[in-house]
Design a protein around this ligand. Sequence first.
Ligand code: GDP
Ligand code: MG
Length: 439
Amino acid sequence: LAERLQGTMKKIKGKGKVSEQDVKEMMREVRLALLEADVNFKVVKQFIKDVKERAVGQEVMESLTPGQQVVKVVNEELTQLMGGEQSKIAVAQKAPTVVMMVGLQGAGKTTTTGKLALHLRKKHNRKPLMAAADVYRPAAVQQLETLGKQLDMPVFSMGDQVSPVEIAEKAVERAKEEHNDYVLIDTAGRLHVDENLMDELENIKSAVKPDEVLLVVDAMTGQDAVNVAESFHERLGITGVVMTKLDGDTRGGAAISVKSVTGQPIKFAGTGEKTDALEPFHPERMASRILGMGDVLSLIEKAQTNVDEDKAKELERKMRSNDLTFDDFLDQLSQVKNMGPIDELLQMMPGANKMKGLKNMQVDDKQIAHIEAIVRSMTKAERDDPSLLNASRKRRIAKGSGRNIQEVNRLIKQFDEMKKMMKQMAGMQKGKKKGGFKM
Ligand code: GDP
Ligand code: MG
């Protein structure tokens, strides 16, 4: 999906003005890409319609190219499809907040129950009680108890000879006695949606009147996850979804459809087997992930607010002609510093995570001062043409700046990495230019 969309984006990014034909062409690609990613076809149809309406004839912001504007609309609409804002977990007026975890067998209910308990304690300073109401799966009760011990979190259980409804009711009572502000009820699943299961879940629901019915779905199952969500919602009325196994090599398409099909938002994402691998679900981040373009737009926005316009233009010219100098490098470093933590910035750059050298490049004030000292010890000629830097020149620079030779070497290496990255980004920029001429 990412590749296909990126290709299309590249094409459109170059356009000087967005015509209806451009949008049409782009939307055809986007449509295919979304279908390939397992997005429900009805959802795709509506999506394309919405984007077309918004994109055609739209005022193009001065700061963006028309192509970028369309990309932005696609991104925004995708985000909207997934609920727009990040959705929070319910909080009951009167404690405890009762959360019922439902879903098919193996989706990750039990694991997520533990993760959520930990999240509530760590991030919201809550005191959750977990309840073991899966009396069917062998050792399901023990699984939750073990998790409870591991997390030092209380677990309410009554073995597997008592009805799940009773367990759930008693768990809520216990929570009141013990002043637990959340009760997380781990329920049983089946391999497929089945009537008996639904009946039982309905019974639990009417007995404890949960504030939140969280459906746990496995992102790896693609379109099936969407069908499961639809069935569960029809019978049970879910209030939110946890999408697990997003750490795997999944096509994100299910995430897009779930919200549109059920009307209920994805609240959390499971990103691993460990107990801390649970994250609040951010629609805009998922949209970018699905688009496979990193958080390009926020990078652009960030850069625009922080980098001096003229300097940015000059840099762009240099990037394109690939004659970046050490002076630019120095300049760049202080600009980057103004933008915030470099790790964060790099994450937003497509392909940047592949550049290991850059990842290890810590930038703090002290280091910038050192780098500055080294660069200032270079002659003008050396700064403009780093290829002059042979061993004896490096030694002289090290001495002059009071830094050691390894540091000088490291800086030169980092500079090369940066140049490489610039070249890559310049490649993207070139794509833009080419298209521009077509108009
Ligand atoms: P349940 O039957 O719904 O209770 O599912 P479990 O909680 O027992 O989980 C089933 C399997 O999925 C276990 O091996 C979990 O470790 C795994 N699992 C759950 N959530 C995630 C996740 O977000 N990422 C990965 N990689 N594995 C997960
Ligand atoms: Mg389970």
